[in-house]
Design a protein around this ligand. Structure first.
Ligand SMILES: Nc1ncnc2c1ncn2[C@@H]1O[C@H](COP(=O)(O)OP(=O)(O)OP(=O)(O)O)[C@@H](O)[C@H]1O
Length: 241
């Protein structure tokens, strides 16, 4: 099998500019392989959020090519987008929960949108809320939850539809170090189940907590490769170095 066939995401010479400004991402080329744990790191303003937006298809590049799940997403018809987006779960630093809905209803939302019946929804939502340790807070509204609890609801919502890729943008930015580690363990558990995980963080301490992770580093919109993340096959001994 060629590397292109076994990859889950490929970027080739991707550039992104907002409006007529200079490029905030330049010549970005990399391949993500299924089942791996990637960190995307770099200083504030380096372009992490912009890169994740390209990854979860909220933003089109100004140039270059992007393939996901074996398809060219640049030329993908608009009506095919929702199906693609469902294969990618997203977690934001600021949670983005719907304030007037309970934890249960926030997590149930993607399943309701996809047309599942209430009978089909109850158990998977309860199970995933139990998995994030919030079975006792199912009826709580977001504003009555702590930051760590809200982020766990957001993670539950991101994974309820079993995405193949989970993308998280500074998911530990608004929680204390102990909760950050707990959230990271949830991402690791998902990764062990086969989900490809991409976590953007400027917190270099976090990188050390996942020994088998691959690190992509952005510096002023350019990508570097401190752990061999961008080479194939990624070598375990390099990753741990
Ligand atoms: N919608 C936008 N319009 C114009 N410029 C933008 C927009 N979004 C981001 N930028 C610019 O793109 C560059 C990269 O921003 P981005 O948010 O991707 O970086 P980041 O690494 O995620 O930073 P942070 O860690 O501070 O969130 C910055 O110079 C920013 O000002």
């Amino acid at each position: 099998m060629s590397s292109a066939e076994s990859s889950i995401v490929q970027f080739a010479n991707v550039g992104l500019r907002y409006g007529t400004d200079r490029e905030v991402l330049s010549d970005i080329s990399f391949t993500l392989y299924p089942g791996r744990f990637y960190f995307l790191t770099g200083a504030s303003g380096a372009g992490k959020t912009s890169m994740l937006k390209l990854l979860y298809l909220a933003q089109r590049p100004s140039r270059g090519m992007i393939w996901m799940f074996g398809n060219d997403v640049i030329t993908l018809p608009r009506k095919a987008m929702p199906d693609f987006r469902r294969r990618i779960g997203v977690v934001f630093q600021d949670f983005r929960l719907v304030q007037h809905l309970s934890a249960f209803d926030n997590v149930a939302l993607p399943l309701r949108i996809s047309g599942m019946s209430e009978g089909q929804i109850r158990k998977p939502v309860a199970d995933v809320l139990e998995w994030v340790g919030l079975q006792h807070r199912m009826d709580a509204r977001p504003q009555t939850l702590s930051g760590g609890e809200q982020q766990r609801v957001a993670i539950a919502r991101a994974v309820i539809a079993r995405p193949e890729v989970l993308v998280a943008d500074e998911p530990t930015g608004n929680v204390d170090p102990e909760m950050a580690l707990k959230l990271l363990r949830l991402f690791e558990a998902l990764n062990r189940l086969g989900t490809t995980v991409v976590v953007a963080t400027h917190d270099v301490n976090l990188l050390r907590k996942v020994p088998d992770s691959l690190i992509m580093r952005l510096d002023k919109g350019a990508l570097s490769d401190p752990t061999g993340a961008l080479r194939y096959p990624p070598r375990r001994e390099v990753m741990k170095g």
